[in-house]
Each structure stands twice: as C-alpha cells, then as structure tokens.
Write a protein that binds this ligand. Sequence first.
Ligand SMILES: [Zn+2]
Length: 676
Amino acid sequence: MTKFNRTLVTTALPYANGPVHIGHLAGVYVPADIYVRYLRMKGEDVLLIGGSDEHGVPITIKAKKEGITPQDVVDKYHNIIKDSFKKFGISFDVYSRTSSKVHHETATEFFKTLYDKGEFTEKTSEQFYDADAKQFLADRYITGTCPHCKYEKAYGDQCESCGTTLNATDLIDARSAITGNKPELKETKHWYLPLDKYEPFLKEWILEEHKEWKPNVYGQCKSWLDNGLHPRAVTRDLNWGVPVPIEGADGKVLYVWFDAPIGYISATKELTPDWEKYWKAKDTKMVHFIGKDNIVFHCIIFPAMLKAEGSYILPDNVPSNEFLNLEGDKISTSRNWAVWLHEYLEEFPEKQDVLRYVLTANAPETKDNDFTWKDFQARNNNELVAIFGNFVNRALVLTHKYFGGIVPQAGELTDFDKETLAQIPVIKAEIEKNLDTYHFREGLKVAMSLARLGNKYLADTEPWKVIKTDEARVKTILNISLQISANLSTLMEPFLPFTAEKLRGFLNIDRIEWADVTADALDAGHQINKPELLFEKIEDATIQAQVDKLEATKVANELENRVVTPVKENISFDDFMKMDIRVGTIIDAEKVAKTKKLLKITVDTGVDTRIVVSGIAEHYKPEEIIGKQVSLLMNLEPRKLKGIESQGMILMAEDADGKLAFVSPDKAVTAGSEIR
Ligand SMILES: [Zn+2]
C-alpha cells in the first residue's frame, strides 16, 4: 500500500442553475465533510475542495427563459449555494466557481497542453443546427427519444432515464429545445479526446489496481470498459463557457464536462500557491466524492485527461453514493420535488445536525434510499433526543445537583465500570475502520453506540437511587458518565459538529484531538457549565407542515401538467335535445371473453332492460358496479362489439391520465329519469 502524506478531497461541483437539496447533501457533501473533519482531527494534512459548476447549456437555457444573462443566473445560485453550505457546516477549505478568472486560465492552459501534445483528434462532422435560432444545438439544446430505452425526453448528451451518454445525432426524432423545430444538419469542426486510446490503461488501473472501489462504482466502470470506449468531443458550439484557445475556433467553448473537473485544480490554485503538491506529488491521496450520475466523468474521462496531460496524479478512490429519493419519489429540481437546503436552514434554525444525522444514518451508500419527514422526526425524537441527549443531560444535571457541577473523583471501579470504560477505545477503533473505508452510515451507528452505552450505564447504575445510601459510589458513576460525555464530543465531531461544540460548551472543555480519546478525558475537580438540552423534540405539527408543503408542490405540478381539451363549437338547443340521456341502474355485468377492456353490462333503463358493451373493464370489476346508477345515452345507434349488440352508451368522465369514472346522480332517483 502506498504511504500517503496528505489528502486532497474534492466534491462534485453543484450545478449553478438551482439551489442545493438533500439529495446532493446525502450523496456528496455530508460524507465528504465527515471524512475531512475526521482526518483534520487526526492532525492530517487534508484539503476539502468545492465550487460551483457555472458553464454548460442548462444555464444558457435558463437565462434565455428568464430574460437575464447566464452570468446573472450563476451569480444568483452560486451565492445561495455557497452561503447554505457554510451555514450547514460543510467545512470547505475553498469554495470557488468555474466562471472565475483563475479557472478560465487553468482550463485554457490544460486544453492547450493537450492540444500541443497532439492528444486531440480534429474532426468535422454534421451536427444539429436550428436555423431559426441561428445556432448549433449542443447537449441539452436538443431532446429526442433515447435509442436504448426509448425514453422520450432524452438530452443530446445523456439519457436521464437509462443513464447512457449519447451523441445528439443518436437521438430518434430529435427536436430543438429552443424552438421545437426539427433541426437541420450542418458541418462543424470539433476536438475529440480519443478515450479508446486510454482503454488499456484504464482497464489496468481500475479493474486490476482498484478492486477495493465500491461495487457500484467498480461495476459501472467495468460495464463502460467492457462496452469499449470511443473518442469524445471536448468542445461545443456555444457562446457560454471557456473559449477554445486555438485559431479557427471562434464561437466554440470547452465542453462543460471537460472544464468542470479542472475546476478542482483551479480552486486549489486559488487556495494555496502550494497547490501542485496536492495535485502532482505521488504521496498525495486524492479522493473524489460524487453522485452516481458522475461516475463516468470522474473514473473514465477525467483520469484520461489527467493521464494525457501527464504531470498529475490520479484519484485513489471515488466513493460515489446512489440516489436519495424523497417520500418515495425521485428528487427533481425541475419538478420542485426536493427539500432545499437554504429553506431547511430557515425553517429548522439551529438544527443542522439533525439533518446531517438523518442523511448519514439513512445514506444511500449501497442502494437508493428514501427520505421521509416521518423518519426524520422519528430519528430526532427516538435517537438524538431519547438516547444521546437524554444521556448527556442526565449526567450533567446530576453532577450539578449532587456535586455543584464539579467533576467528582472516581473511587474503586467495579467490573461493570471497567467493562464500560473498556468500550471507549473499541468504539473509537471501529469508527476509524469505517471512516477509513468510506462507510459513513456504519461509522455513525458505531459512534451512537457510545451514547447508547452511556444511557444504559446510567439506567443500570441508577445514581439517583444510590445517592441516598452511597455518595462515594455516585461520584464514581458520574465520573464515568462524564468521561463518556467528553469522548462523545470528540467521536461525534465529524458527524455532528454543531452538537459536539455545544457539548464541549456544557463540559467547559476545548476540542479534544482524535488521539486523545481516553477513559480519563476529564480531570476530577474540573468545573462544568450548566447544561441546556442538546436536542429538542420535533412536534407532529412541524412535520405535518413539511408534508403539506410537498403535497402543495404535487398539486401545483399536476395543475401545470394538466392538458385541457379546447371547448367544442357551439350547438343549438335542438341539437342537444336530440340526445336521450337517462339514469339507468346496472343489474348485471360480466367480462367479455377474450378482451381486456370490455364489460357486457345489463341496465334497467326504466323503459326496458338492455345490454350495453362498455370499455371500462380496466377500471371497474363487474361485481363492484352492480346496483350502480349511471347516465346512459339511450338513442345512440346500436352497434356490434365482439358479436354483442350494444344498445346505447354509458357516459364516463375521463381525466388527462385516462382514468374513468361514472357520472351518477348524487342521490338515488327512479331508473329512467331523464337527464337534461
Ligand atoms: Zn435511455
């Protein structure tokens, strides 16, 4: 194993066309922050790098839609994102942006180096062009049907349904996202990175040398490599981005996925003149925290770029998570189906750690997971309040009550005391093992087991009873409880930094380094402060308000997507009166053999009993409609369906999704009542 002397941690650059939501946090930023805080506490040399990704087509589309400039769009969201990360305690050493000067210079230089080395191939090809909009249709400017999964809203660069990366010309029935026009093909020149050339190297490096990568990451890479890599264009016809720095490339910029990962380098440059040590020294460990939609860019394309450049190191690990869903539905910026960080921070003041806790305890490390507000409440009330908070509160309050807030001297330890204290180093080692291998969910669970241990210790030793007979014993019990509390403030620090700080305040201590987690972290005689509650209960009404908010989003989305059929031409009263519509009662119903949709229905119409064939079998079971009163168009010409003569038509209401419902009187009426 390589001996590393420093660690460079990068986090996927959030795209500056919207704020950050819980899916981003659970997938990337919370685990990265836990990892970095842990390494810092161990005294290691580590940097946490982040920044906003501000180029690419979605930003230009958004600007066009809102009638503002792309710069306006990215300024707005960069500030929201940066601010909310800071308030949430994501401890970036630098949070930069790709529209910055240093990034444009760095990306330009990177491209030029590869260009001068002859690493690119130039190719003129036919690309989609929108003649009305007078521009080429790169990436998301084009939509169409995915050739692999037939999803109808695939983009020119990727199908979000099956995850395949695409070339725009692969799309079936492609349309311009600007005008909706069928685009024409027009010749244009671009520069390609021949990924196929790096295939043997990537196979060796990932498939042979990095078998320890998470199975979801390794598996996706393997499938890409097994399918064979192809040259990929790294430039685009677009006016927003880093201009292609060579002659004859007017109106072209670097592909956003070429320039974005270089943003990690630019941000490090912005942070320290010593940046090369972190990017080029062989004893630097580089780790990319990303979501699963970015695996191909961080494991295949960026490493190929770095390898082509020649002077950079490659990542040692790419711990990517799966996706977090929200209340059973995929999180979506465009559908506003998300819990937005900046809103959470306003609606749940001082509760950063509750969200950090829930997102880590429920992290989508190995499979997609679901965030629900009920679970959020339960984890807060049943775990943070009832276990962690309760233990600490009891230990501190009793110390004040019996000993004036002074850490008492422990007397002789019982076997139970010794066993309890012996757990501290075991738990510490177990947390280390998990964090060193990017198992954050399990790491938190182990850290919580120390709070559980403390809670159980107090419940078993019952100092509030023992105080009546044996004060010396209570001194020992509380001394041990306070040692556990002090160590909790250290071992919880990577996960719950705000809580750890609060707890240190109660204990009146400075931060303890990771190495100093021991059974006697507090000296006898030390004065502690008056404690407040570490966590507060979250009430049902608070949770209901969040559920209602999501429900309102759902309704708004439905309204937005509702397709309303235009009103038909006027008709005369006489025309209407020609129709004979009456209330009938269904007296029998059965499925028409060998059909999926048809029911043979017998209706008592008041004047006769007749048979109607109706296409409602996918909506109603025969037995559930018998006895129902319905509206029947009596004088529709009879027609034969599957050999059965249908005498009339039962009227149905049909919504945009094709859902059918009977039109029935709101109270029982005599069969045969006329409807007019
Ligand atoms: Zn697809």
